[in-house]
Design a binder for this molecule. Structure first.
Ligand code: PLP
Length: 431
């Protein structure tokens, strides 16, 4: 029976494995259960709690039991629209907003509904390409480089559009900033240039801005400002509101892309119907915001900023190459300086490297290969989230907003991260 079923699995899915980020979490849990200490830098989950007013709103709405419209609760779409106007300077009618069970699911529906090539700069978030594989879409991958800060340069996009795209087909360009796995973002001139090229070649842009509110200086700018007619803005409450497990994502469409929004709503109506009602009601309070949520965001950002900077300096001082982060909670690190001693130990791929590091030190990071990089490139993603975000937030709230967090803040409140980094450094230095 097993063999019979094995042969009947959709060939698009057969060669895929469980998402790398979830798999590393399973491996880490196994090691912890076996009594080992694991420094969990693998899974990209916010360390911070869901803000209290949002949790209270969820309690208040726990009794809500009716199905909601497939597009999402009207009040929520209005709150998202207002949030975008205030935070991003983007005007989106609530009718042009789609609420889904996580932006990951919405991205999948988009890929299913949109016929055309997917253009993805690598390194990129782990799920864009597997989703395309499942659906059987054509992928145009564009490898970026350390020197370009792992970003898609306007010149490279121009080259792809001129030389590599089949202009009979439509194309969907995915941009993610602040980025997972690199923690970096695009400058305004870069966004303007990319917008110009996208307009020239009629590209649809899926702008994945799930980390937008976690720009460390609160200075996130969306490409939707420069290419409003062709940009779908993807976000949700998973990262800036610490509510990944609540499963709520948002897509904002320009009016011209109404057919795409409608097609996605059709698929949603035949699959998940709508996002959980209490979660949507609670999310209204997240998007409506207020002083407490602003204070929460301010403190999340300043903790991530000092912690990210500190790790950047420590790793750089030890010949691990990386760029200083500007947002989110990731660093994309390059061990190429250690290529020779690593090879002497039989480590020649990013997967070997992460396996051995986990085995020998308990430090869990994800291989660059999971983010679309060539297997033999010695890169990895480090998510600096292994600390008690609740305690760190309470401590940060005691420091006046105009004062910097004290020098020993990270050692005191983000200790597991600092210790994990020390183990990583000790390992490379002993190679
Ligand atoms: C870049 C990026 N996009 C999208 C997602 C999906 O987020 P969610 O489905 O929780 O909204 C993630 C989650 O890790 C992410 O890192």
């Amino acid at each position: 029976m097993r063999k019979f079923i094995q042969e009947r699995i959709n060939p698009n899915i057969k060669h895929l494995q469980k998402s790398a980020t979830l798999a590393i979490n399973d491996r880490s849990r196994e090691l912890i259960n076996a009594g080992k200490t694991v420094w969990k830098f693998g899974l990209g989950q916010s360390p911070f709690p869901v803000p209290t007013p949002v949790v209270e709103a969820l309690k208040l709405h726990a009794h809500e039991k009716d199905y909601l419209p497939v597009e999402g609760l009207r009040e929520l779409r209005e709150a998202v629209s207002e949030f975008c106007r205030v935070k991003e300077g983007i005007h989106a009618h609530p009718d042009n907003i789609l609420i889904g069970p996580g932006s990951k699911e919405l991205l999948f529906l988009l890929q299913l509904a949109f016929q055309g090539t997917l253009i993805v700069p690598s390194p990129c978030w782990v799920s864009y390409m597997p989703q395309a594989h499942i659906i059987g879409k054509k992928i145009q991958i564009s490898h970026t480089h350390f020197e370009e800060k792992w970003r898609l340069s306007p010149a490279r996009l121009q080259q792809i559009c001129e030389q590599e795209l089949n202009h009979d087909n439509a194309s969907l360009l995915v941009l993610n900033y602040p980025g997972n796995p690199d923690g970096d973002t695009y400058s305004v001139p870069e966004l303007q240039q990319i917008a110009e090229i996208a307009r020239q070649y009629n590209l649809v842009i899926l702008s994945d801005e799930i980390y937008g509110q976690l720009h460390h200086k609160g200075e996130h700018v969306s490409i939707a400002r420069f290419y409003p007619e062709g940009t779908i803005l993807s976000s949700g409450i998973s990262k800036w509101c610490g509510a990944g497990g609540w499963r709520l994502g948002t897509f904002i469409f320009p009016p011209d892309l109404k057919p795409l929004r409608q097609a996605m709503a059709v698929i949603a109506s035949e699959t998940y119907t709508s996002v959980s009602t209490p979660i949507q009601c609670a999310a209204v309070s997240a998007f409506r915001g207020g002083m407490e949520i602003e204070r929460y965001l301010f403190n999340c950002r300043r903790i991530l900023a000092i912690l990210g900077r500190e790790i950047y300096h420590t790793l750089t001082a030890n010949q691990i190459k990386l760029h200083p982060p500007t947002g989110a909670f990731y660093l994309f690190i390059d061990f190429s300086h250690y290529a020779e001693p690593l090879a002497e130990q039989g480590i020649t791929t990013s997967t070997d490297l992460c396996d051995r590091l986990l085995q020998e030190t308990g430090v869990a990071i994800l291989p660059g290969a999971a983010f679309g990089r060539p297997p033999e490139e010695l890169t990895a993603r480090l998510a600096y989230v292994n600390f008690d975000g609740n305690e760190a937030l309470l401590a940060a709230e005691q420091v006046a907003p105009y004062d910097p967090l004290p020098g020993d803040f990270t050692r005191q409140w983000c200790a597991p991260v600092i210790t994990g980094i020390e183990h990583l450094i000790a390992w490379v230095n002993a190679l």
